[in-house]
Design a protein around this ligand. Structure first.
Ligand code: AMP
Ligand code: TRP
Length: 334
């Protein structure tokens, strides 16, 4: 069976950027592509490239798992698991590090940005992160990897590494293709609409988290940066603020941009923002209700156990096969 795989880091709280750019897309795909086996995981190993408090990390891992299911991931269709519970991920990262070059990792924009911001104490893990990510993917031979635009470069690296290892060790990996949603692939910050809405932004006003209560959701939209032109028009180049809000509106309701424009013609931002706040609240309400049922339930643990067992089965086989091709350990008796 062909496969699809993706992961999200359990850092910070999931916001509507991650939801609209990524999770909502998984939910659509699981229904549209019934011929594929899905693997979706919580990338907790990726979260520790920068130090995290133990309790914080534990809470976020569980929260993310519950949110995935609350957002509509169907455990009957998707293997949902936690990365660190499948040891092959760490093993594969090392094997791939021995097939990657310092120069290519140095070129990764995310690494350059993050290490520049951090100045001291940049870990080796932050540097090798793309090889861990490549391993996450290549272990499962997925045909497609749905990601947001910001992960495209890491995915291209995973493809390069896969091709290189295939040439060296006789076609062991499927070379994965990215699956990038056309619209909604990037939701920007509410306080700085030229940069991505991010879990790690210090400014809380920059985002709406999936578990935010109604009053916060509406307040954040009300205070979102727009411009002084005052008419609702989609023009991402020149008017990033209002265009970003329109993107959120469009991705949730499926209403085309032109129809949104005509709906608010002659009206100011106030009416548009009031409606958008309500639209987001109505979208998040059922997710929050389902989350509350799941978060401390045995149901959630059972889902994660099942996902882990299936993932281990596939990933362990792959590691053993690669070890064998490389010549590690002893030759296996057939
Ligand atoms: P992250 O939240 O950075 O771990 O990203 C998880 C997934 O969500 C990745 O595929 C990202 O590309 C996507 N993502 C994160 N933030 C946004 C955003 N503001 N807009 C669209 N996609 C996003
Ligand atoms: N690095 C990704 C992010 O920050 C998360 C991730 C880790 C991932 N491993 C992956 C995404 C494998 C897709 C496939 O968003």
């Amino acid at each position: 069976m062909k496969r699809i795989l993706s992961g999200i880091q359990p850092t910070g709280s999931i916001n509507i950027g991650t939801y609209l750019g990524s999770v909502k897309n998984f939910v659509k795909l699981q229904d549209q592509m019934p011929d594929y086996e899905f693997f979706i995981f919580i990338a907790d190993l990726h979260a520790i490239t920068v130090h995290k408090d133990k309790q914080f990390l534990r809470t976020k891992i569980k929260e993310l798992a519950a949110l995935y299911v609350a957002c509509g991931l169907d455990p009957e269709k998707v293997n949902l698991f936690i990365q660190s519970e499948v040891p092959a991920h760490s093993q594969m990262a090392y094997l791939l590090q021995c097939n990657s070059y310092i120069g290519e990792l140095e070129r990764m924009t995310q690494y350059k940005d993050k290490s520049r911001k951090q100045e001291t104490g940049v870990t080796v893990g932050l540097f090798t992160y793309p090889t861990l990510m490549a391993g996450d993917i290549l272990l499962y031979d997925p045909e497609y990897v749905p990601v947001g635009k910001d992960q495209k470069q890491h995915l291209e690296l995973a493809r390069d590494i896969a091709t290189r290892v295939n040439n060296k060790y006789n076609d062991i990996f499927t070379v994965p293709k990215p699956l990038i949603a056309e619209v909604g692939a990037k939701i920007n910050s509410l306080s700085d609409p030229t940069s991505k809405m991010s879990k790690s932004d210090d400014n809380e006003k920059s985002r709406i988290n999936l578990l935010d209560p109604e009053n916060i959701i509406k307040k954040r939209i009300k205070s979102a940066i727009t411009d002084s032109l005052g008419n609702v028009k989609y023009d991402p180049e020149n008017r990033p603020g209002i265009s970003n809000l329109m993107t959120i509106y469009h991705v949730i309701t499926n209403i085309p941009f032109e129809s949104i424009e005509s709906k608010y013609e002659g009206l100011g931002y106030k009416e548009f923002k009031e409606d958008l706040g309500e639209i987001i609240y109505q979208e998040l309400k059922p997710i929050q209700e389902r989350y509350a049922e799941l978060i401390n339930s045995k149901e959630l643990d059972d889902i994660l156990d099942k996902g882990r067992d299936r993932a281990n089965q596939v990933a362990y086989k792959k590691i053993m096969k690669l070890n064998d091709r490389i010549g590690l350990g002893r030759k296996r008796r057939k």
